[in-house]
Design a protein around this ligand. Structure first.
Ligand SMILES: Nc1nc2c(ncn2[C@@H]2O[C@H](COP(=O)(O)OP(=O)(O)OP(=O)(O)O)[C@@H](O)[C@H]2O)c(=O)[nH]1
Ligand SMILES: [Mg+2]
Length: 143
């Protein structure tokens, strides 16, 4: 089971849907939910320290955490060293690489600052670019 964390609107729910070939448009996530074989979390939980303990505890239900960064929104919203809080391995995913103004390198740097080490995945839930590499990795890791 994977758990997705990342800022509001980063594309977490859309990514879960894309991985599952679910064509529904993502609705705003307002609470932690187990959906489509993944744990989806509201972006607010990654942006407000009072929710961090809820994320850390919920991560124990997962085998792998995907930390999601929007390629079009590289404001520093993930705290430095954020990955250290999670009791599971954390992998970085840059989303929305199809969008105008997407800057994959800047997004990767944000994830590096948050403590992510290789590998990184760069994906688009819209065009499905990079999704095959990500799903192959997840299958290999048996998550
Ligand atoms: N261009 C583009 N837009 C995307 C992509 N993925 C998501 N979006 C758009 O980004 C917006 C936010 O997507 P969500 O999947 O709801 O984001 P989220 O991280 O789940 O947001 P919260 O539930 O608020 O934490 C929506 O308008 C999506 O259509 C993508 O790959 N490319
Ligand atoms: Mg969501």
């Amino acid at each position: 089971m994977i758990m997705l964390v990342g800022p509001v609107g980063a594309g977490k729910t859309s990514l879960i849907n894309a991985i599952n070939n679910d064509c529904n448009k993502a609705e705003k996530t307002s609470s932690i939910c187990f959906t489509n074989g993944a744990i989806d979390t509201p972006g607010e939980y990654a942006q407000m320290p009072r929710f961090y303990s809820a994320l850390a505890v919920t991560a124990t239900e997962a085998t792998l955490v995907l930390m999601v960064q929007d390629a079009t929104d590289c404001r520093i919203t993930l705290p430095p060293g954020f990955t250290a809080m999670f009791p599971r391995p954390v992998v970085g995913v840059v989303t929305k690489i199809d969008a105008p103004g997407a800057d994959q390198e800047k997004a990767k740097n944000r994830l590096l600052q948050a403590g992510i080490k290789e590998p990184f995945f760069c994906v688009s839930a819209y065009t499905r670019t990079g999704l095959a590499e990500l799903t192959e990795y997840l299958t290999r890791k048996e998550v």
